[in-house]
Design a protein. Sequence first.
Length: 380
Amino acid sequence: MPDRIQIVHLVRQYAPSVGGLEDAVANLCKHLSDMPDLRVRVVTLDRLFSDPERVLPRAATVDGIPVARIPWHGSSRYPLALSVLKPLEQADLVHVHAVDFFFDYMAWTKPIHRLPLVASTHGGFFHTEFAARAKKAYFETVTRASCRAYHTICASSENDAATFRRIAPKKTIAIENGVNVDKWAGAGSPEATRTLIFIGRWSSNKRVPLLIDLVAALRAGGTDWRLIVAGVPDAETEESLAAHARDKGVAAAVEVHVKPDVAALKGLIARAGYVASASAYEGFGLTIVEGLSAGLLPVVSPLAPFLKLVDALGDGVVIDAADLAASADRLEAAYRRHAEDFPARRTAAMALAARYAWPGVAQRFREVYDRALARRRPRK
């Protein structure tokens, strides 16, 4: 049997870190590893951004995928890991996830490693307004130059595709992230309920406090709306969210759950009828699609990836941050409609989510790899 093709996925954070990027890479690796002629590995950093004092083991196996971890220093916004080439020595192709140090360094060192490179954008680095002008200048110069070293730039959303086609029009294609539609399949409430759930990292761009403000506006109308916040502290913490809920007079209607395990999270989802996000930026909107797979209906900010899902579903509520009272009125009116035929609506949500299942997405990446490897030199 010939040697299997070795694909290395290079990503700044991986399990035990929790987040959309980590989840996307793990699922892609899982489905690629089911292909008998591929060998899949992950190279990542040896310390979590959320726990930088703890050094993780240099080598591990996570859900059957070999993981190598390397040291880094500097800022978590652009972590420097100059030893990254060493664990790539047996690779046939490197798939770089996100646009950060790894993206640039693999491009700059291509004359040394000579490996075919593929990248997934995962939203680029425009998630927040932090240093927006500097980011734009960097993107138009350094990122543009780095793109030249890549065979394909796989945009993780149509929004990302439009952005990267400005600097790499011939290399950019759209492959939206897949979704593990089995993880929460049908887990949401089977009946309409006035409960929203937010799932994810509590970073500044996610604007979780705005969802608390929405609940306050909803309850001002005399209804019993509730919000469940589940995920990982970041710019917001359990304490800051609880304080915000107290300030808005809805402390009893807002639950905050830090890093719930899979079983606990599934139990929280079972109490909800809606998956919510007030995010200011998303490359794809993974947790919203996962929420659809649970049978939850979307309550979202007016971002292009979210609007695409709302339009495809023909249902959901779009939040206007400038007029939460009107948003609350629309959501309450939608709930009353949903209560009349909720089982049919949740079935439609699950059917839409099924379009994003990982097996088909993994096959599209495999086709990209095959094209990139077509002219590779045999591994010595």
